[in-house]
Design a protein around this ligand. Structure first.
Ligand code: EPU
Length: 431
């Protein structure tokens, strides 16, 4: 188990290139199950979550290879074992998004029921409700969801809203299943996250007929079959946001290449209110395609802010912990309300160990800004919480030790190397 030893405080300055999105890549990889051929996915990041998901697809029967230029090739001609095993699902909940495509392709699927995790209960009732409405018969057997539709799925109108709004992977599951259903499906209260838009665009490239992409009302006209495709995954907006906070918290300046600021309006707005400058520019990549870049810098003090996380286009829950680290150092009091995962606060006690002053009341955290953070040994509990601890470690006085950094490797590629190139002092050690 690796640890990070982080020496602070530092001030970051330089250029960082943003990788492809993890949360867009996973459902897009699952979408290849719907085709019987070889798809080529570009910009899929090298992350442990992607490796685990690749193993899952491999066990189903797919053949996966990385070409020398980094493209991920998925040959899904053979799917002879439509089973998502407990051993893999327990390591990564996102494995659930093979359920819809397996059911559509094979008429049957068995996927281990995901349990809770460090960010809360995470039920999948809405996924199952949607698939049942498409005609699947579903029951639970020894901890496995067994879904059957031997005569195929049939389009219908489905409402996908839940107690916390729409569901991202639930929408992905039902959308993928409905592309091969007979007739028309309408998904109301669909998730509008950019990762769902990316999935829908990839499915369209595979031959699916989807209207309303990017809106909460998706209309899908089922087709007989989909074709494999070549597709480029969008940049990771959560990685962009994390590096933006890295620039802001260290009073530094970072130029971030390959990002789409239009997907991040709530985040950019919040940063500007906090006193961070965010300037958008354009660059051309090696294929001469124009891409957004952004320069993020802070010179004055950090102003307090109120943040409420919400489904897209609201402020993303996946950046809540990182912003909490930033607001810990604000001049005044801030309030963070978590409306997507009301228990996603494992980082609160850890940040307090670093001399932050955070008080949790239910799904709200009140932050009394402090002048400085102080290094301490802390424990990473989930992916985004660990990112927050690394960010805090950059500015805390002394040597912060972050334990269990495997959490951060799930979603950030070589984060310590990339931060060190712009001025951080992070050392990875095996224990
Ligand atoms: N929910 C239900 N019933 C369901 C499904 C969800 O009540 O059937 C609830 C959840 O408990 C939660 C809310 O609805 O309160 C939203 O959950 P959602 O289903 O949208 O989350 P998800 O699809 O499981 C994805 C991302 C998460 C991200 C959330 C919210 C992937 C692989 N995961 O999860 O990313 O936080 O959407 O944006 O795309 C991360 O990357 O660190 C991460 C956790």
């Amino acid at each position: 188990m690796d640890i990070f030893r982080i020496e602070g405080p530092v001030q970051l300055s330089g250029v960082v290139s943003i990788n492809g999105s993890k949360n867009a890549s996973l459902p897009i990889m699952a979408a290849t199950i719907l085709t019987a051929g070889k798809s080529i996915l570009k910009a899929v990041p090298h992350l442990s979550d992607i490796s685990v998901f690749s193993q899952l697809l491999g066990r189903l029967g797919c053949e996966l290879t990385r070409s020398p230029n980094g493209d991920l090739c998925i040959d899904s001609r053979v799917i002879d074992n439509p089973v998502g095993e407990y051993e893999i699902v327990r390591r990564m909940r996102a494995s659930i998004c093979v359920l819809g495509p397996l059911l559509a392709r094979c008429g049957r699927a068995e996927v281990s029921m995901p349990g809770g995790c460090a960010i809360g209960d995470r039920p999948i009732d809405i996924h199952l409700r949607g698939l049942r409405e498409l005609g699947a018969k579903i029951h639970l057997k020894s901890g496995y969801i067994v879904a059957e539709a031997p005569r195929g799925l049939t389009g219908c109108d489905i409402f996908m809203g839940g107690p916390f709004g729409s569901t991202v992977l639930g929408t992905a599951n039902v959308l993928m299943a409905s592309t091969l259903a007979k007739g028309k499906t309408i998904i109301a209260s669909a998730a509008c996250e950019p990762e769902i838009v990316d999935l829908a665009n990839c499915l369209t490239k595979m031959g699916a007929k989807i209207d309303g992409i990017g809106s909460p009302r998706l209309i899908i006209e089922g087709v007989k079959e989909l074709q494999p495709a070549e597709y480029q995954v969008i940049p990771d907006r959560i990685e962009v946001g994390t590096f933006m906070v890295a620039a802001a918290i260290t009073a530094g300046q970072l130029r971030l290449l390959n990002c789409r600021l239009d997907d991040m309006m709530a985040v950019v707005d919040k940063l500007r209110n906090i006193g961070v400058t965010v300037e958008k520019g354009k660059t051309r990549d090696e294929r001469r395609e124009t891409r957004d870049e952004v320069v993020v810098a802070r010179r004055g003090s950090i102003k307090p802010a109120d943040i409420t996380t919400q489904p897209y286009p609201g402020f993303p829950t996946d950046l809540q912990a990182q912003f909490m680290a930033l607001l810990s150092l604000a001049k005044g009091n801030s309030v963070v309300i978590e409306k997507v995962f009301p228990d996603r606060f494992m980082h609160v006690a850890e940040l307090n160990r670093m001399a932050a002053n955070l008080r949790r009341e239910g799904s709200t955290v009140i932050i009394a800004g402090v002048k400085k953070l102080v290094a301490a040994p802390v424990m990473a509990s989930d992916l985004r919480a660990s990112a927050a601890l690394v960010l805090a470690g950059l500015v805390a006085e002394g040597t912060t030790v972050v334990n269990r950094v495997y959490h951060i490797d799930r979603g950030y590629e070589r984060i310590e190397e990339r931060l060190n190139l712009v001025g951080a002092k992070i050392f990875r050690e095996g224990i």
